[in-house]
Design a protein around this ligand. Structure first.
Ligand SMILES: Cc1cc2nc3c(=O)[nH]c(=O)nc-3n(C[C@H](O)[C@H](O)[C@H](O)COP(=O)(O)OP(=O)(O)OC[C@H]3O[C@@H](n4cnc5c(N)ncnc54)[C@H](O)[C@@H]3O)c2cc1C
Length: 343
């Protein structure tokens, strides 16, 4: 295997909202010690910190939907601040605070031929000597609030519909500029050429060369740039965008040059929950909801579970807690056989 430092855990939990925290506590109670919880924010329950207003009462029967707790993790209705304190105490009391890794965003998980999941961390979090993390089982509890990264400059109102974060709005024959230097930017750029929509596709990246794509995307993107199938606008950043009289997008670059495009597609990183699910091989149905077993929360990928808001259109804390119990119970029942097979 091409890795230097490898750590194998029995369970990797992605996201430390109510679903992720409850999964970690349930795992401890089920005797699963070798776990890790990876959270992109700086704290657990970040969504509650950020989106609940000060003093908000945390309801058990949220939005009028009645829930009974089915697992070991519960809460009493109380103000937001107390809820967060209680969660911190629950983590401390379970002795699992050291299992949490904050400030790390996961892009996807990939099931390897040996049955283990490779946990792929975002480029910005990969450090020298970084430990490669493999997991026998994974619970994705990433909520619904993920957002793609946006540039710092303003999007004028008139052209907002032409400034996108994926290819879904691209029309036949458009002049499209893709902005970014990672895998998604490469895949969007050469992928759009291959769609045969007669689009004129430009790739813009602030660096002059491709350094962040995987070997396949580097090869494809370089080839398409060399063959002129992709127009090259690399080595320069975008300073601002404005509307032309025709309603198209005028891009002002930092070197004083300008360009006119029908559409600009930004691929600057930052994952939406759907990206992680789809990129991890999970089948999704209507409204991007993953297909999963309602009793175990396991997806079509064996050993890969999804819980909480990401699997429901009307989620709640109690529901996420219950899901955590279902998923961990299933993991605990399968783990002895997995460990035996590995030894
Ligand atoms: C304003 C508001 C008020 C609410 N009030 C109530 C209430 O009173 N009672 C109630 O029961 N419910 C309430 N809810 C709903 C409740 O907050 C959610 O159902 C619950 O938080 C879902 O938990 P979760 O773990 O599925 O997702 P989240 O709480 O969204 O947690 C997901 C976590 O995953 C992390 N994450 C996402 N992507 C990645 C990644 N790629 N890598 C690493 N980490 C990642 C996020 O940073 C986040 O911490 C409210 C929701 C809102 C918005």
């Amino acid at each position: 295997m091409p890795y230097k430092n490898i750590r194998i855990v029995d369970l990797a939990i992605i996201g430390a909202g109510p679903g992720g925290v409850a999964s970690a506590i349930e795992a401890k109670l089920a005797g699963i010690d070798n776990i890790v919880v990876i959270e992109k924010a700086a704290t657990h329950n970040d969504m509650i910190h950020k989106f609940y207003k000060k003093g908000k009462r945390v309801d058990k029967d949220w939005m009028g939907i009645k829930f009974e707790f089915e697992g070991n993790v519960t809460f009493e209705e109380c103000p937001k601040e107390q809820y967060l304190d209680d969660m911190e105490h629950k983590i401390q009391n379970a002795g699992i605070a050291d299992k949490f890794i904050y400030g790390h965003e996961i892009i996807r998980v990939e099931k390897l031929d040996n049955g283990l999941f490779d946990i792929i961390i975002g480029h910005d979090n990969v450090e020298e000597g970084h430990e490669n993390l493999l997991a026998r089982n994974v619970i994705l509890s990433v909520g619904r609030m993920g957002k793609p990264n946006k540039p710092k400059y303003k999007f004028p109102k008139e052209i907002k519909p032409r400034l996108n974060f994926n290819l879904s709005k691209v029309q036949n024959g458009e002049r499209v500029m893709v902005v970014g230097g990672g895998d998604t930017a490469g895949e969007y750029a050469y992928g759009l050429v291959d769609l045969g929509m007669d689009c004129e596709v430009t790739l813009n990246y602030r660096k002059p060369t491709i350094t962040r794509m995987n070997p396949l995307n580097t090869e494809m993107t370089t080839k398409y740039l060399e063959e002129g199938k992709l127009l090259n606008k690399m080595g320069v950043d975008v300073e601002s965008v404005e509307a032309t009289e025709a309603g198209t997008v005028k891009v002002n670059f930092t070197d004083g040059t300008t360009g006119e495009y029908d559409r600009v597609v930004y691929a600057l990183g930052g994952t939406t929950p759907k990206d992680i699910l789809v990129n991890s091989g999970i089948k999704t149905g209507e409204w991007d909801v993953p297909v999963y077993d309602e009793k175990t929360m396991e997806t079509n990928v064996e050993g890969l579970y999804t819980i909480g808001d990401v699997v429901t259109d009307q989620g709640s804390i109690a529901l996420a807690f219950n899901h955590a119990n279902f998923a961990v119970t299933d993991v605990a029942s399968k783990l002895p056989a997995q460990q035996k097979a590995a030894s």
